[in-house]
Design a protein around this ligand. Structure first.
Ligand SMILES: [Zn+2]
Ligand SMILES: [Zn+2]
Length: 141
Protein backbone atom coordinates (compact mmCIF):
# COMPACT_ATOMS: atom_id res chain seq x y z
CA UNK A 1 0.00 0.00 0.00
CA UNK A 2 1.28 3.41 -0.87
CA UNK A 3 1.33 6.16 1.70
CA UNK A 4 0.12 9.67 1.04
CA UNK A 5 2.38 11.67 -1.20
CA UNK A 6 3.68 14.10 1.35
CA UNK A 7 6.80 15.89 0.23
CA UNK A 8 9.52 15.49 2.83
CA UNK A 9 10.96 18.91 2.09
CA UNK A 10 7.87 21.15 2.13
CA UNK A 11 5.41 18.79 3.85
CA UNK A 12 2.77 19.54 1.24
CA UNK A 13 0.61 16.89 -0.33
CA UNK A 14 1.76 16.30 -3.88
CA UNK A 15 -0.71 15.52 -6.66
CA UNK A 16 2.04 13.52 -8.34
CA UNK A 17 4.23 10.65 -7.35
CA UNK A 18 7.22 11.98 -5.45
CA UNK A 19 10.74 11.88 -6.78
CA UNK A 20 13.15 9.76 -4.77
CA UNK A 21 16.54 11.33 -4.27
CA UNK A 22 19.39 9.27 -2.94
CA UNK A 23 22.64 10.85 -1.96
CA UNK A 24 25.85 9.53 -0.54
CA UNK A 25 29.22 10.94 0.29
CA UNK A 26 32.47 9.48 1.48
CA UNK A 27 34.23 11.23 4.33
CA UNK A 28 37.92 10.44 4.50
CA UNK A 29 38.69 7.46 6.71
CA UNK A 30 35.12 7.09 7.78
CA UNK A 31 31.96 5.29 6.82
CA UNK A 32 30.00 6.62 3.91
CA UNK A 33 26.97 8.72 4.65
CA UNK A 34 23.82 8.04 2.67
CA UNK A 35 20.32 9.42 2.74
CA UNK A 36 17.12 9.08 0.81
CA UNK A 37 14.60 11.87 0.45
CA UNK A 38 11.25 11.99 -1.31
CA UNK A 39 10.32 15.35 -2.70
CA UNK A 40 7.66 16.96 -4.86
CA UNK A 41 8.38 18.42 -8.28
CA UNK A 42 8.49 21.97 -6.98
CA UNK A 43 11.07 21.18 -4.34
CA UNK A 44 13.21 19.17 -6.72
CA UNK A 45 13.16 22.04 -9.20
CA UNK A 46 13.75 24.73 -6.61
CA UNK A 47 16.02 23.14 -4.06
CA UNK A 48 17.88 20.25 -5.63
CA UNK A 49 18.22 20.71 -9.38
CA UNK A 50 19.87 24.15 -9.47
CA UNK A 51 22.98 22.94 -7.63
CA UNK A 52 23.25 19.90 -9.88
CA UNK A 53 22.81 21.98 -13.03
CA UNK A 54 25.45 24.43 -11.87
CA UNK A 55 27.80 21.56 -11.16
CA UNK A 56 27.19 20.00 -14.56
CA UNK A 57 27.82 23.29 -16.31
CA UNK A 58 31.09 23.69 -14.46
CA UNK A 59 32.39 20.18 -15.04
CA UNK A 60 34.97 21.14 -17.61
CA UNK A 61 36.82 23.29 -15.16
CA UNK A 62 36.39 22.65 -11.50
CA UNK A 63 39.06 24.88 -10.12
CA UNK A 64 36.60 26.68 -7.94
CA UNK A 65 33.31 25.92 -6.31
CA UNK A 66 30.61 25.76 -9.03
CA UNK A 67 28.03 27.08 -6.59
CA UNK A 68 29.65 30.10 -4.96
CA UNK A 69 32.81 30.55 -7.02
CA UNK A 70 35.12 30.21 -4.06
CA UNK A 71 38.59 29.29 -5.28
CA UNK A 72 39.49 26.91 -2.53
CA UNK A 73 39.81 23.76 -4.60
CA UNK A 74 41.28 21.78 -1.74
CA UNK A 75 37.95 21.98 -0.03
CA UNK A 76 35.91 20.76 -3.00
CA UNK A 77 33.57 17.97 -1.97
CA UNK A 78 31.56 15.52 -4.00
CA UNK A 79 28.07 14.32 -3.27
CA UNK A 80 26.80 11.41 -5.34
CA UNK A 81 23.16 11.77 -6.14
CA UNK A 82 20.81 9.28 -7.78
CA UNK A 83 17.44 10.63 -8.77
CA UNK A 84 14.39 8.56 -9.61
CA UNK A 85 12.12 11.00 -11.39
CA UNK A 86 8.48 10.25 -11.84
CA UNK A 87 8.44 9.50 -15.53
CA UNK A 88 12.04 9.11 -16.58
CA UNK A 89 14.84 6.71 -16.03
CA UNK A 90 16.98 7.11 -12.99
CA UNK A 91 19.70 9.66 -13.25
CA UNK A 92 23.02 9.37 -11.49
CA UNK A 93 24.77 12.63 -11.05
CA UNK A 94 27.07 14.45 -8.74
CA UNK A 95 26.94 17.62 -6.74
CA UNK A 96 30.20 19.46 -6.35
CA UNK A 97 30.87 22.31 -4.01
CA UNK A 98 33.22 23.81 -1.48
CA UNK A 99 32.71 22.44 2.00
CA UNK A 100 30.23 25.18 2.90
CA UNK A 101 28.15 24.65 -0.24
CA UNK A 102 28.35 20.86 0.07
CA UNK A 103 27.17 21.12 3.66
CA UNK A 104 24.25 23.30 2.62
CA UNK A 105 23.34 20.90 -0.19
CA UNK A 106 23.55 17.83 2.05
CA UNK A 107 21.64 19.45 4.86
CA UNK A 108 18.42 19.04 2.89
CA UNK A 109 18.81 15.29 3.19
CA UNK A 110 20.14 15.40 6.73
CA UNK A 111 17.27 17.55 7.92
CA UNK A 112 14.42 15.88 6.05
CA UNK A 113 15.51 12.52 4.69
CA UNK A 114 16.17 9.09 6.10
CA UNK A 115 19.65 7.86 6.85
CA UNK A 116 20.77 4.78 4.92
CA UNK A 117 23.19 2.10 6.02
CA UNK A 118 26.85 2.37 5.17
CA UNK A 119 27.88 0.96 1.86
CA UNK A 120 31.38 0.29 0.63
CA UNK A 121 32.67 2.94 -1.74
CA UNK A 122 32.32 2.30 -5.45
CA UNK A 123 35.39 0.86 -7.14
CA UNK A 124 37.91 3.60 -7.81
CA UNK A 125 37.22 5.08 -11.21
CA UNK A 126 38.80 7.87 -13.10
CA UNK A 127 37.03 11.16 -13.10
CA UNK A 128 36.25 10.61 -16.76
CA UNK A 129 33.93 7.74 -15.86
CA UNK A 130 32.00 10.11 -13.68
CA UNK A 131 31.55 12.60 -16.46
CA UNK A 132 30.62 9.87 -18.92
CA UNK A 133 28.04 8.52 -16.53
CA UNK A 134 26.24 11.81 -16.64
CA UNK A 135 26.66 12.19 -20.37
CA UNK A 136 29.68 14.42 -20.66
CA UNK A 137 32.83 13.26 -22.37
CA UNK A 138 35.75 15.32 -21.13
CA UNK A 139 38.55 16.56 -23.28
CA UNK A 140 41.81 14.79 -22.52
CA UNK A 141 45.33 16.10 -22.71
ZN1 LIG B 1 7.90 19.84 -1.75
ZN1 LIG C 1 30.90 27.08 -2.54
Amino acid sequence: MKGPRICELCSRLSPYKLTSLYCRWYPLNDQSVGYVLKACDDCVNESISPALVQTTEALEDISSCPLCGSGDDEGIEYTWVTIFPRECESLRTIGIGCSACAARFRRQWQAHGRRLADRPPPPPVGASDVWEAIGIVPKTG
